[in-house]
Design a protein around this ligand. Structure first.
Ligand SMILES: [Zn+2]
Length: 530
């Protein structure tokens, strides 16, 4: 038992999309106990503490269903960059890039290199073998935010089939399906794929259908980093919708955007495909972060054939002049330029001792060296493999606005929990890891209750976490209190490691975790199983 907290006199926006109302919110023992006017008045059970939140918005904590904090929450469980922006729940394991299960026979070192996008702290010990073991590691760290985890398709595929471009056999499909079923039974909230990340470009349609069938039977979600967000966007969305139709699986198209000027506007046609699928009775959603740049391994720009084999194998091949010439040939018609691509991270980056390539575009590096940008990119990939991360532009704000306005769209960061003072505070990561939700609310939100719904109950429903994202009596007290006039992001591409402004108070399971912009040290998050 604690002695409770009363948030008095705020504008309560409950996450359902209902209009805000002036009310007090009583929190006790981790739960919302009552919402209504006059709870602070005489004759009412008095809470131990009263916090005057007049002039502020009281909302459910943000539910960030698209994150990559799988390992950074083991590096620093506080989840600083997220909880400081009002996030109280993260869903890790997106884009196919999970870290479990790692069954007998899996090449753990090769898998770890293949997901280096997540793996910013070499000190994290991958001690687990199965999905319950990974969830136990997360829980044992004492996370500062609630965490749900998807099963990453990359781990399943690489553990069973390795890294070669070939179809999985019947036995291998059965083995992947069994591993997935076990993980879903252990509480994984769903499955993710990332068809741009080797070896997933080699997964055949029957593999996606088999895994979606297992996921649908469990009543869980299948999230898709689709095959291509450039010229192939519409075919890629059609593929995801086709698997949803074949299996009935609840489906989420991750970070819907169109990259390259010649593809601008394609998101509207992608959204029409989503509308048509939902009109048929399927459940297809989309999410997006409010920025015009993405962030991914530079290797994502390589054609699939050039990434076959383990990272060691393909980086060695990239030193072969004939292979380089063949990649350059494929790059002749890319929809973005090398000045749209900057280096965000290289392995070994540490706060204060950054690689001088970080923060510069591939085009700038090429001009400084007097060689072609293609050669600079190939050299980086041959040297650093999946470890070199890029920030990539080439998107339109009209497209972003179209996605944000769509009824099926929710806001999700695609970022990581980072610690500006620790190992993960290095490099030039995407500022969404610090600013996604405040940026959306400060800059892109129209109707506030609807905007908050898109950050809370709507994303929670997509991943089946139905007790999160709504303020109501009996619900866990995950709460953000913010100043609607001041909320904004301060993290930029040039200075990304900055917390957001305007967040007054964050409660995770009823425990004050951020108070007037300062972290209290509390770690009251839980591992959420569905
Ligand atoms: Zn992705």
């Amino acid at each position: 038992m604690d002695d409770g907290l009363l948030l008095a006199g705020g504008l309560v926006v409950d996450g359902t999309g209902a209009p805000g109302r002036m009310a007090d919110v009583l929190v006790h023992d981790g739960l919302v106990r009552a919402i209504g006017p006059g709870l602070a008045g005489p004759g009412v059970a008095r809470p131990g503490r009263v916090r005057d939140v007049a002039g502020l918005v009281v909302a459910p904590g943000f539910v960030d269903i698209h994150t990559h904090s799988d390992l950074t929450l083991l590096s620093d469980p506080r989840g600083l960059s997220k909880v400081h922006q009002g996030v109280t729940t993260e869903v890790v394991g997106n884009c196919g890039l999970g870290v479990a299960p790692l069954p007998e026979g899996a090449d753990r070192a090769a898998i770890r290199r293949a997901v280096s996008y997540l793996d910013l702290d070499p000190g994290v010990d991958w001690g687990w073998r199965d999905f319950p073991g990974y969830l136990a590691a997360l829980a044992g760290g004492g996370p500062g935010v609630n965490v749900g985890a998807l099963v990453g398709h990359l781990v399943l595929h690489a553990a069973v089939c390795g890294f070669a471009d070939r179809a999985a056999g019947r036995d291998e499909l059965d083995r992947m399906s069994g591993l997935l079923r076990d993980a879903l039974d252990a509480g994984a909230v769903g499955l993710s794929t990332g068809l741009a990340y080797a070896p997933l470009p080699y997964a055949r349609p029957e593999e996606l259908v088999a895994l979606a069938t297992v996921t649908a039977r469990a009543g869980k979600v299948f999230t898709w980093h689709v095959r291509n967000y450039e010229d192939g966007l519409l075919d890629s969305v059609r593929q995801a919708v086709g698997v949803a139709r074949a299996t009935g699986c609840r489906t989420q198209i991750s970070h819907l955007c169109a990259v390259g000027r010649r593809n601008w506007g394609a998101v509207n046609r992608a959204l029409e495909l989503v509308d048509a699928a939902n009109a048929e009775g399927l459940s297809v959603g989309v999410d997006i972060y409010p920025y015009l740049h993405g962030n991914a391994p530079l290797a994502q720009l390589l054609p699939a054939w050039a990434q076959e084999g383990s990272t060691d194998a393909w980086t060695a091949r990239l030193r072969d002049p004939a292979v380089r010439a063949a990649v350059r040939e494929e790059w002749r018609d890319r929809p973005t330029t090398w000045d749209d691509i900057s280096i965000a991270w290289t392995p070994g980056a540490r706060p204060g001792s950054a690689d001088e390539r970080i923060g510069r575009t591939v085009g700038q590096l090429a001009r400084a060296r007097g060689v072609s940008a293609d050669e600079v990119a190939l050299d980086l990939l041959a040297e650093l493999g999946t470890g070199v991360l890029m920030t990539a532009g080439g998107r339109s704000e009209d497209d972003l606005l179209a996605v944000l306005a769509h009824p099926a769209a929710v806001v999700a960061s695609d970022g990581l929990s980072l610690d500006p003072g620790g190992v993960t505070g290095a490099g030039m990561p995407h500022p969404r890891s610090y600013g996604c939700f405040p940026r959306y609310l400060g800059r892109y939100a129209g109707d506030l209750p609807d905007a908050i719904r898109r950050c809370t109950s709507a994303p929670a429903a997509r991943v089946g976490l139905t007790d999160r994202g709504v303020l109501r009596p009996g619900a866990p007290a995950d709460i953000v209190v913010f100043d609607p006039a001041r909320i904004r992001d301060t993290a930029t591409f040039e200075a990304p490691h900055r917390f957001a402004d305007g967040i007054d108070l964050v409660l995770v399971n009823g425990v004050v975790t951020v108070d007037r912009g300062r972290h209290t040290g509390a770690r009251a998050g839980r591992v959420l199983r569905s």
